[in-house]
Design a protein around this ligand. Structure first.
Ligand code: ADP
Length: 246
């Protein structure tokens, strides 16, 4: 992995699901390490698609993506899945397992032996999993099975699982959508705190402008697959957003 001050770089990325129906139209973005970037834009503007391209799940037909200084090739290197944590909208949790067990799935890649297959994890991983659940305010739900949890609680379990993976880049698609403003603020506050301690980079789709102003450093706005606005998050407002989306 090359040393680079950028965590992510998208260079004129074009993507279509089907022939010539471009969903991303020449999107370029540079994200320095340690930055928190919010992605805004109306439904259907290409936010999820862009996130999946950055996460290496979709390959752009044109342009290039570099993650931690390395261009993304067709075959993703082993380090990639550990270093880049991605939370999809569907979360990908195992409903029949408890919150804690789901979080522990985040450390599977670095475990050896049959212990994890039998549900036995090293004590330090369990302690860290509990620490992340506490950071996100759901330590009291650790032993609850996921199917019993609310949408917002599930979202926080998915975040904790991704944190336990130990990524340096954290990508998430609308992951606080099911939380009310105070809870979403608490989660983002926890993430920012952890992020500055561990130099994490965040790229997150956010709807709520207040959260963008409070927690992001930088914001980009997508419209019909192109960036129509980018700038410091504190300068974002409904007025700016409305103007750019007109
Ligand atoms: P957003 O996240 O901003 O709502 P998306 O990236 O989900 O936008 O979608 C952008 C466009 O791509 C939409 O027109 C959507 O219908 C289309 N699209 C998304 N996923 C697929 C898919 N798997 N196959 C075909 N078209 C898709």
């Amino acid at each position: 992995m090359a040393e680079n001050r950028l965590a992510l770089q998208a260079k004129r990325v074009w993507f279509a699901y089907s022939h010539d129906q471009w969903v991303l139209k020449g999107v370029s973005l540079e994200v320095p390490r340690g930055a928190f970037v919010a992605v805004m834009g109306p439904s259907g503007s290409g936010k999820t698609t862009f996130m999946k391209v950055l996460a290496g799940f979709l390959r752009p037909q044109r342009g290039e993506v570099e993650v931690l200084g390395s261009p993304l090739e067709k075959r993703l290197p082993r380090w990639f899945r550990q270093q880049v944590g991605y939370i999809p909208q569907q979360l990908g949790l195992v409903r029949s397992l408890t919150a804690l067990e789901n979080v522990l799935l985040g450390c599977l890649a670095r475990q050896k032996g049959v212990g994890p297959l039998l549900g036995i994890f090293p004590a330090e991983e369990v302690a860290r999993a509990r620490e992340y659940l506490a950071l996100l305010g759901i330590e009291h739900k650790a032993e609850e099975r996921v199917f019993r949890l609310s949408g917002g609680e599930r979202q926080r379990v998915a975040i904790a699982r991704t944190l336990l993976q130990g990524p340096s880049v954290f990508l998430a698609d609308e992951f606080v959508a099911d939380l009310d403003l105070p809870r979403a603020s608490r989660v983002l506050e926890g993430l920012r705190e952890l992020g500055s301690r561990e130099n994490l980079t965040f790229v997150i789709n956010l709807h709520e402008i207040q959260l963008v102003q409070m927690f992001a450093d930088y914001v980009i706005t997508l419209k019909e697959g192109a960036i129509v606005h980018q700038g410091p998050a504190r300068e974002m407002s409904w007025k700016v957003l409305e103007e750019k989306l007109r």
